[in-house]
Write a protein that binds this ligand. Structure first.
Ligand code: ADP
Length: 486
């Protein structure tokens, strides 16, 4: 306590008087008395009065013992000049004590050398680790660079607040700027095609505010070349230490060729589907005439004509699917919206599809009366696709339940089957174009039904999703905004 008062009073570093305290040795687990001291350092903000005391306790046993021994010797030397034991006896004692001191010093020295070696080893290990980490980093950086270069990608950076923009030489090249020119954020935005600019801005803002990754495709006007280029841009948000959005980094790739290829493929699909529709319409008319003519004929003929008509309708649905895809891709799809009862439509479509799967037990569970403002033909396509899948992917005489209900201002349609089910890892991908689950490839299909359904539902500002358990069955849902004006 005295040391503390003195430190406060004098505003100087003070060492306390030594005091004894027993501690147990880590090696022998015996207790030994050690001598300790406190070092009290006052910390003052302005020179007069200390505000804090930094107190360190240290083991001073060896030093104090050494000092005491020297002091004893000096004292004895001083006494021997007066009167005391015979000189050779004193010399013997002194010699013995000097030997002890020497031994202590040698032991301390050994300990010091040992500690120095330990430190050296630790240092070497640390250096090795830093070296290997640096090599790893250099390796992954080289890999990343070669991947980016071979994919002909450009890289870029946007600061979320200042909108500072940095870019690689390839990004500058894609935009058609001079190689040594530094592009600014606004200059980049100005090059984006006016039809796509707002969509890109929205993607960036959403990424910043919802801390999400973005992946957009858009057109840019290549500077100096008067040329339109399609690009895909993928960005990732990064945070500062306070988890606040800090900057976005990403890659950009010229996908013009890919887009033109897709466009050619779409045009081809569109043209073929369109050409196939004409003979199919005639075929449908002929079959219907034959059905009328043979109304009272042999049962076999009637059944064969019914089957022919059913297959013709199936082919018609497929061709319509491809035609819709090509319209979607070329942006030619148009919604003919009208008011109608979604619950009634569901019941009617279910009735029709149930003819195709007479083995299954279809059940319409009555729910709410829901009026929507939508393209009825396209919603029929969505319901048919989901119901046909429920039949296709449910072997056996299982039940298929359909419902239509209201949840605040949205209408929800659900189709539940007790079929093969879907793995959770596949659920997101089902709605992608041409995606088919690998295990079900033996069941015929093109992987476009759910893609088309999702596109149609999204264009109505609705959602589509699935819940499923493998081996137990699936429930597909889609929602549409309820028409509140009705
Ligand atoms: P298609 O049925 O022509 O392959 P879809 O786009 O309609 O194409 O469906 C995509 C994939 O989703 C199907 O290949 C199938 O594996 C899976 N799928 C769709 N509906 C169901 C269902 N009700 N039960 C299990 N799997 C389904």
């Amino acid at each position: 306590m005295d040391a503390l008062y003195r430190a406060v009073r004098t505003n100087q570093t003070v060492h306390s008087a030594p005091f004894n305290y027993s501690v147990s040795s880590a090696n022998t687990s015996q207790t030994a008395i050690r001598i300790w001291q406190l070092e009290v350092i006052p910390i003052a903000e302005n020179d007069d009065q200390p505000k804090y005391l930094v107190i360190t306790i240290y083991d001073n046993t060896d030093k104090i013992k050494l000092t005491n021994k020297f002091e004893n010797i000096s004292l004895r030397e001083a006494n021997s000049t007066k009167k005391g034991p015979p000189a050779d006896e004193v010399a013997l004692i002194e010699n013995e004590e000097l030997t002890n001191i020497n031994e202590t010093l040698i032991a301390l020295n050994r300990e010091l050398v040992f500690l120095q070696n330990e430190l050296l080893n630790a240092n070497l290990k640390l250096e090795e680790r830093v070296l290997s980490r640096t090599k790893e980093l250099a390796y992954s950086e080289a890999l990343m660079h070669s991947a980016i270069e071979s994919a002909q990608m450009g890289t870029w950076y946007i600061h979320t607040e200042t909108r500072e923009f940095r870019s690689s030489a390839r990004t500058i090249e894609i935009f058609g700027f001079d190689r040594d020119k530094k592009m600014t954020y606004n200059e980049v935005l100005a090059q984006i095609h006016p039809d796509h600019r707002q969509m890109v801005l929205n993607a960036i803002e959403t990424s910043i505010h919802q801390c999400a990754r973005f992946n957009v495709e858009y057109q840019i006007n290549k500077l100096h070349e008067d040329k339109i280029v399609w690009v895909r841009c993928i960005g990732n948000i990064h945070y500062d230490d306070n988890r606040k959005p800090d900057f976005i980094t990403g890659v950009i790739q010229d996908i013009t060729e890919q887009k033109y290829d897709e466009q050619r493929k779409n045009d081809f699909i569109g043209m073929v589907s369109h050409e196939l529709k004409t003979p199919l319409t005639s075929l449908s008319a002929y079959i219907q005439i034959l059905q009328k003519e043979f109304k009272g004929a042999d049962k076999i003929i009637i059944s064969l004509l019914d089957k022919a008509y059913g297959q013709m309708k199936r082919m018609n649905r497929m061709i319509n699917g491809f035609l819709t895809i090509s319209h979607l891709e070329s942006g030619k799809i148009h919604l003919n919206k009208q008011h109608f009862r979604l619950d009634k439509l569901l019941a009617t479509v279910m009735e029709e599809i149930s003819m195709m799967g007479p083995d299954h037990q279809f059940e319409y569970v009555p729910g709410d009366e829901v009026v929507v403002f939508a393209d009825q033909e396209k919603i029929i396509n969505v319901i048919s696709n989901i119901l046909i899948n429920a039949v296709k992917y449910s072997p056996g005489k299982t039940a298929i339940e359909t419902r239509c209900f209201k949840a605040s201002d949205i209408a929800i349609v659900s189709v539940k089957d007790y079929g093969i089910g879907i793995k959770s890892t596949e659920m997101e991908k089902l709605f992608e174009r041409y995606y088919r689950v690998e295990d079900n490839k033996s069941i015929s299909g093109f992987g476009i039904g759910l893609y088309l359904s999702a596109e149609i539902v999204h264009r109505h500002n609705g959602k589509i999703w699935v819940e499923s358990e493998i081996g137990k069955g699936s429930t597909f849902y889609f929602s549409l905004p309820v028409d509140t004006n009705e």
